[in-house]
Design a protein around this ligand. Sequence first.
Ligand code: ATP
Length: 500
Amino acid sequence: MSKIAKLDDIVSLCKRRGFIFQSSEIYGGLASCYDYGPLGVELKNNVKKAWWKSTVQMRDDVVGLDCSILMHPMVWKASGHADKFADLIAECKKCNTRTRVDHLKEKPLPSEAEGVTEQAAQHTEHIALDAAMAKARDLSNKVCPNCGTVGRFTEPMPFKLMFETQMGANVDDSMTMHLRPETAQGIFANFRNVLDTTRVKIPFGIAQIGKSFRNEVTTKAFIFRTREFEQAELEFFCEPGTDEQWFEHWKQARFDWYINLGLKKENLRFREHDIDELAHYAKGCVDVEYKFPFGSGDWQELEGIANRTDFDLRQHQRGIRTLNKWYESDGDLTNIELSNEAEEYLKGPLSYFDDQQKKRYIPYVIEPSAGIDRSALAFLVDGYDEEEVRGETRNLLRFSPALAPVKVAVFPLVKKEGMPDIAKNIYNDLKKHFNCFYDEKGAIGRRYRRQDEAGTPFCLTIDGQTLEDNTVTVRDRDSMDQIRVSTDQLTNDLRKKLDM
Ligand code: ATP
């Protein structure tokens, strides 16, 4: 039976083995920002590669994109972020700590046992601020997570989540810009470019992986919610009327992706959003949730899959028509109203002409939106295990081979009788195919344990018998079984085992 990891176990393993460090640690650290170390960057790259492979490479109906983080201010006006991308917060009157209203917990009833009183946080889409306002009724029984005071909060107020920065060196042309809070808008803004430069036809998708920034109110829980993070988003464009079928398709495809990469089924589930929780533009939304080991073992969002209808493309059609007003107001977005010439929508560049059906429409969009860091955390938590082996504790990460930072470690048993030379030759050969690691220092058992903890699926050992019959031992991380494989079969054998 595998051990259920606590967050502390993960944080300490990540630090000890160079997966993840606190940002700017030498200066005391920067809250809610993290750096990926030598093993962490490999893990994260592998999560991205696995997403790209299943979403772009293996499909004929999805193309990729890589947009800039800074975008024209009108993008955020049209998308709704400039006005509405905020969390509802309340400030504790005793200690002045601000908390997201939807993250405040109820005061436990006297009958509830200690430790199990935490309730799952209500889930609120950031952008559904109006709905959140309506819901944020009564805080009289809510507890301040910092000082424990009950029911002494200010009125809930919106807190804007986009980071601001200045662009331009000259006073008269410098302007306030925002770091993107999601990658999706870059895809919508390039919809026409992609249509005009590729052979895609609806239904098709545009995929992007990249950094997003949100000045989150509540952070903590390690890399689960940070202020700078990476998203993997797909906007899948389809004909209105076919959207529900594509929604189901992507729901299943995304769930299967996590399972195929090794997450245990019992730790993963769907959660449909209630009607009053939906962003005003969304027709349907489901979260893929993972049973993260924080708080009392809450289910938490890993990925959101939304039916965004034609909202975004329509909004950008309106945005393009409003551009003149933006110039006239000297770039001040506050009083700009988006153009509302509904009858003009179909003439704009973001409409689509279906040349078989001879009809023009604004496509509907299904959006699976995943977090790379959050997925990496789920893979770390799910793969973590501790076992007693001959009176010693063995820590290991049971990563699927596709995600393992190092695929194969190569060891000479001892540093003599030419074993290091043979081992180095094998290592130099294998590293052309997989990410490998060479180590000749210390007892062999210790070397195995270090690789178990890094999640390396296979360790090869060059020993006395290698000198006689050209075979090496291949040790399996999970079972610790060792078999002998001839050196000329190694690459093929490992390829099969690693499915690469
Ligand atoms: P939450 O309510 O948990 O803050 P959200 O519903 O606002 O998240 P979305 O806007 O749907 O999140 O973002 C899509 C995905 O991006 C999330 O499922 C998550 O994996 C990731 N994500 C969003 N915000 C963060 C963050 N601050 N840190 C890390 N990952 C994030």
